[in-house]
Design a protein around this ligand. Structure first.
Ligand SMILES: Cc1ncc(COP(=O)(O)O)c(C=O)c1O
Length: 278
C-alpha cells in the first residue's frame, strides 16, 4: 500500500514504517471498531461531514465512546492537504479491554495513493449468508471493522477470474459489492437496492442518486432479485474509491459501458467540482 506522508495516531505524526497499535486491541483481535474511507480531490475531501456523521453513527452502534469528530476532521483535512489526490482512511480501534470497548482506543488517519484502476470491472454473483438480508439488528448501517467475510468474497471472486463479487442475500435479494454499492439502468430507469435491505448507506450512492435526479431520470430503490440485474441495460459500481464504474460482466453475461453510466460519471465529476469549488 502506498501511504502518502505520515500516519496520524491520535493526531501524532508517525513514520508509516513505525506506525503501530497494540496487539491487545480488539480491533486487531476481533475486528471491533469502525472506519471510513474518503476521497481527497487535490487536497479537499468530498462530503467529509457525511463521512464523519457515519463514523459517529458506527461508533455509537458499537457502543464506543463518541469520537471527537472536530479533531478527526482536522486530522483528515491536514492529511488530505498534504497528500493531495488520495484516499484518506480513518480507523477507530475498539481498544484494549473487551469488556469496556473504547478503553485505550486509537484513532488512525492516513492517506493512500489513488490506484490507477481500470475504467471497467467484472463481477461474480456470490451468496452472502452472513448478511441479514433485510432483518434489522443493532449494527445495521455501521461501517464496522469486521469486514473479513466481505473481503473473503472479493478474494474468492478474484480467484475465479473476476475483479470482485456482487453479494446476494440468503433470501435472494441483491445487496451490494463487498466494498461498493450497485446500481443499474433498465429502459432508462435508475435502479439500486434500497437501504431497508441493510446495505451500507453509501455516500457515493447518495450523491449518484442526486445526479440521476438532476439528469431527470426516474429513480427506483427497492428489493431486487439477481434477474433484475442480469436483464439490465447497464450496470455500475458506486463507491468513494471507484466513484462510478461501469460493470462489463456479471457471471457469464457481458455488457458494454453505456451512455447512461457515462452521464452519471460526468454528473458525479461535476457535482464534486461544484461542491469543492474546483
Ligand atoms: C459494503 C459497502 N457498500 C458500499 C460502499 C460504498 O460506500 P461509500 O460510497 O460511502 O464509499 C462501501 C465502501 O466501502 C462498502 O464497504
Amino acid at each position: 500500500m502506498a501511504v502518502l506522508g505520515s500516519v496520524l495516531i491520535d493526531g501524532l505524526a508517525v513514520n508509516p514504517e513505525h506506525a503501530a497499535i497494540s496487539v491487545f486491541d480488539i480491533g486487531f483481535q476481533r475486528g471491533y471498531g469502525c472506519f471510513e474511507a474518503m476521497r481527497s480531490y487535490d487536497g479537499s475531501i468530498f462530503r467529509l461531514e457525511a463521512h464523519l456523521d457515519r463514523l459517529e453513527l458506527s461508533a455509537a452502534k458499537l457502543r464506543l465512546p463518541i469520537p471527537d469528530c472536530d479533531s478527526i476532521a482536522m486530522w483528515c483535512r491536514s492529511t488530505a492537504e498534504t497528500a493531495g489526490e488520495s484516499v484518506v482512511r480513518v480507523f477507530i480501534s475498539g481498544g484494549t479491554d473487551a469488556r469496556m470497548p473504547g478503553t485505550n482506543s486509537r484513532v488512525v488517519v492516513f492517506a493512500e495513493a489513488v490506484r490507477p484502476g481500470s475504467s471497467t470491472m467484472t463481477i461474480q454473483v456470490r451468496t452472502a449468508p452472513w448478511h441479514t438480508d433485510g432483518d434489522w439488528f443493532e449494527l445495521t448501517g455501521a461501517k464496522a471493522l469486521s469486514y473479513g467475510f466481505n473481503l473473503a468474497a472479493s478474494v474468492a471472486a478474484q480467484s475465479d477470474g473476476f475483479d470482485d463479487a456482487l453479494l446476494v442475500g440468503r433470501s435472494g435479494h441483491v445487496l451490494e459489492g463487498p466494498t461498493f454499492s450497485i446500481g443499474w439502468i433498465s429502459d432508462g430507469v435508475f435502479h439500486t437496492p434500497g437501504l431497508e435491505i441493510g446495505i451500507l448507506e453509501s455516500i457515493t450512492r447518495t450523491a449518484v442518486i442526486e445526479v440521476a435526479g438532476r439528469l431527470g431520470m426516474t429513480i427506483m430503490e427497492g428489493l431486487y432479485e439477481i434477474d433484475d440485474v442480469m436483464s439490465a441495460d447497464e450496470i455500475f459500481a458506486m463507491s468513494t474509491v471507484r466513484e462510478v464504474l461501469s460493470i462489463v460482466q456479471v457471471d457469464d453475461r457481458l455488457l458494454r459501458a453505456g451512455i447512461g453510466t457515462r452521464n452519471l460519471q460526468d454528473g458525479f465529476t461535476a457535482l464534486v467540482a461544484e461542491e469543492l469549488h474546483r
